[in-house]
Design a protein around this ligand. Structure first.
Ligand code: FAD
Ligand code: UDP
Length: 368
């Protein structure tokens, strides 16, 4: 029987950061097991059959205000500094999203010149309510018309739940601007790993004390190993055999298409709130900076995950948090199992938040 200090379930950012810290700082032995045929979790990227670097599980734009996270990741990659910009297709026009001064001027044929004028315009539209859900979050800032055009259709496609029944934090991810800033995020650090995410993970996991077992569900091997602790980064309800019922997650279907010419759309990402069944189209080369005579785009379709599909998004709404808390109280009883990550914490984390959480868990629960 092989001996390990830690069995880590999942090789996404949560599992990989913890494996890296445990081996490099504590010199312990770790086995990472992942049921997929690659490391990196949802951030995995690969060169497709035409040689274009593509993110297998949807667009991963790195952005953070957390200097620690940026410094930590910089140990494993050089960066391509790049501001992420997104357009949205509304009323036959490609407009900046998040909504800003130019969005308003182009949409309504206005000529607002200063942030104060734009704020006055929002004030004339917005509902005077304290937001309690994803619809009210938007309507309380910019009113019904802009909500209907930019948010309602996209949110319905992405979640198949009325925005009134989703947590306000979902649409709060997208700010409203009064200036002309057309970056999707305003974080201090916005960039892409220069050689891709998979190359970053390979460096992160290079310590000889890390063993990796792919194509394997951890349940198949636990009886064949000796280990002292488990770090679990998969769906929390699955760990407990759904004893309180299933937590809902959103899944995605990706439609990749490669064209025998250099450039297909002028933007890294175009959102489609009101047209088509997909939510967005990404053209990878804008973000990766790859120079290639061909180009690949990816369309995303969202659906409710079933037993056979990959789980990508926890669904932020109160009844789901209540169910999650039941699992969390079971998790808290287990001294030898640590839960960490987007699926295990059932939180709509970005990559930097998962990395920060993994580093905190290492410092507070493992390196003690
Ligand atoms: P995951 O990456 O999901 O890794 C979990 C791993 O556990 C998986 O590899 C899985 O195969 C494995 N696993 C699960 N169950 C088992 C089992 N029983 N046995 C063995 N292995 C198992 N974040 C950003 O910061 N910027 C973005 O632009 C961005 N875009 C995103 C776009 C999409 C479409 C999605 C889905 C997410 C996006 N994210 C983005 C979020 C980002 O993907 C996550 O925050 C991060 O990857 C989560 O890492 P994790 O390790 O918690 O989970
Ligand atoms: N959203 C929207 N219209 C957009 C972009 C986002 O309504 O053009 C809403 C939608 O509810 C979406 C949420 O804001 O699910 C968060 O958007 P984000 O781009 O952060 O989604 P992710 O990249 O995580 O899928």
């Amino acid at each position: 029987m092989a001996d390990y200090d830690f069995l880590i379930v999942g090789s996404g950012f949560a599992g990989s950061v913890l494996a890296e810290q445990i081996t490099s700082r504590l010199n312990k032995k770790v086995l990472i097991v992942d049921k997929r045929n690659h490391v990196g979790g949802n951030a995995y990227d690969y060169y497709n059959e035409s040689g274009i670097l593509v993110h297998k599980y949807g667009p991963h734009w790195f952005h953070t205000n957390d200097k620690n996270v940026f410094t930590y990741l910089s140990n494993f990659t050089e960066w391509r500094y790049h501001y992420h910009r997104v357009k949205t297709y509304v009323d036959g026009q490609l407009l900046p999203i998040p909504i800003n001064m130019d969005t308003i001027n182009e949409l309504y044929g206005m000529n607002l010149q200063s942030p104060n004028e734009v704020q006055d315009f929002y004030n004339s539209l917005k509902a005077n309510i304290k937001p309690t859900n994803a619809e009210e979050m938007v309507v309380s800032q910019i009113g019904e018309d802009l909500y209907n055009k930019f948010f309602k259709g996209y949110t319905l496609k992405q979640w198949e739940i009325h925005p009134k029944d989703l947590a306000s934090s979902v649409t709060a991810r997208i700010p409203t601007r009064t200036n002309r800033d057309d970056r999707y995020f305003t974080d201090t650090y916005q960039c892409m790993p220069k050689y891709g995410y998979t190359a970053l993970f390979e460096k992160m996991l290079a310590n000889p004390n890390i063993s990796i077992l792919l194509n394997t569900d951890y349940r198949e091997i636990t009886k064949l190993l000796n280990f002292k602790k488990v770090i679990y980064t998969g769906p929390i309800d699955s760990y407990f055999d759904y004893m309180y019922g299933k937590l809902p997650y959103r899944s995605l279907r990706f439609e990749h298409e490669t064209y025998a010419y250099e450039n297909h759309q002028s933007w890294q990402q175009i959102n489609y709130p009101n047209d088509y069944d997909f939510t967005r189209i990404v053209e990878w080369k804008h973000a990766t900076g790859q120079v290639h005579p061909y180009t690949t785009v990816t369309r995303e379709y969202s659906f409710l995950a079933d037993d056979k599909s990959e789980k990508y998004y926890p669904i932020p709404r109160e009844e789901n948090n209540t169910l999650f808390n039941k699992y969390k109280s079971e998790a808290d009883k287990l001294d030898s199992v640590i839960f960490c990550g987007r699926l295990a914490d059932y939180k709509y984390y970005n990559m930097d938040q998962v990395i920060a959480r993994a580093l905190t868990i290492f410092n507070n629960q493992i390196n003690v």
